[in-house]
Design a protein around this ligand. Sequence first.
Ligand SMILES: [Zn+2]
Length: 345
Amino acid sequence: MSLETKNIELSNAIKKAFKSKRKHPCLATDEARIRCSKTAIGSHTIQKGAGLKAIAENGHVYQVQAGSISKNNGSRTDFHKVGHNLASVFSGFCAEHDNGIFQELERETGDIGSFDMRLLGYRTICMELFKKERTIQIFNEPRVRKLIEELGAQRQRNGFISGTRLAIADLNRQKNAYEAYFSGDRSVPFYASYFEMDRDLPFSFASGFAPEYDFVGNFLLPPPDQPWGSGTVYVGRVKGRPIASFQLLDTTKHHNVAQFFHSQHSLDMRRVGGLFFQFAIEYSENAFFKMSWIDNMLPELKADFLTRFRNGTPGVPNRNKASISSQADIVRVAAKEFHQFPPRD
Ligand SMILES: [Zn+2]
């Protein structure tokens, strides 16, 4: 078998493993911080229905996916049609916790408060943790390991796995800090902000990210020997209103995340929609787009965004991210209000 064929076989084996159905334990913990022993159901990471329904056309949205790899066609990253009921689902919580924990967030009306921001952050962190833990499991599966060995790629595999383990450690710090707060411990500062939009944006997403630059282009990352802090970004509806928002628990000392939030005051409200579109492209695999909006986009722009999506290397700062608030002004939806919560709220 040629190396090329083996490579294709490996990437298809990994994809197939990700799609396979299996039982996962619920990620929630109780008051005493003991993990729930029930089996997880499919949880939505974007508000049940509301967020995705607002952008769905005939029940469908687009998601950027690498195409199935075949010997003749190679891999093609493109917008693929997915059903809005299945989009953004992950096996994170049992039915009881999925309904119980996020009850407040699922209300259709009312004020948007700091607690809603915490729930959004917690759910997204759990989704990222689930995906990373699943990745490690898959890379440890005998068939995948065997193919990697045959390709002589053990070193890359080990590097990838240790990088993923570092990310898991950070996500667990975040998850623990959220759970500590839910049981009454407010010692970790929590930063959160949201923009209420004039109307629904033509995309919706929930994702983890590390703030590398603030919104005026200042570099924020800590020295190389210090851990990065990471937060979450969410675009969708909350309490019946279209919002775009950031949540971050500051569990590290040297990462200037306060500046990331402070610099949001300088943003031009008319460009906020465009800014969050950049985040969807640079940071999120869990982003969904309104099909007609993408179909009407200039082909050159669409190709450029797909390239940027593909080239986004997690953990590597790039200049696109430094000027994220002043790029591609193609989203004609302005923000009408900006809210920021004090870190001890
Ligand atoms: Zn549970």
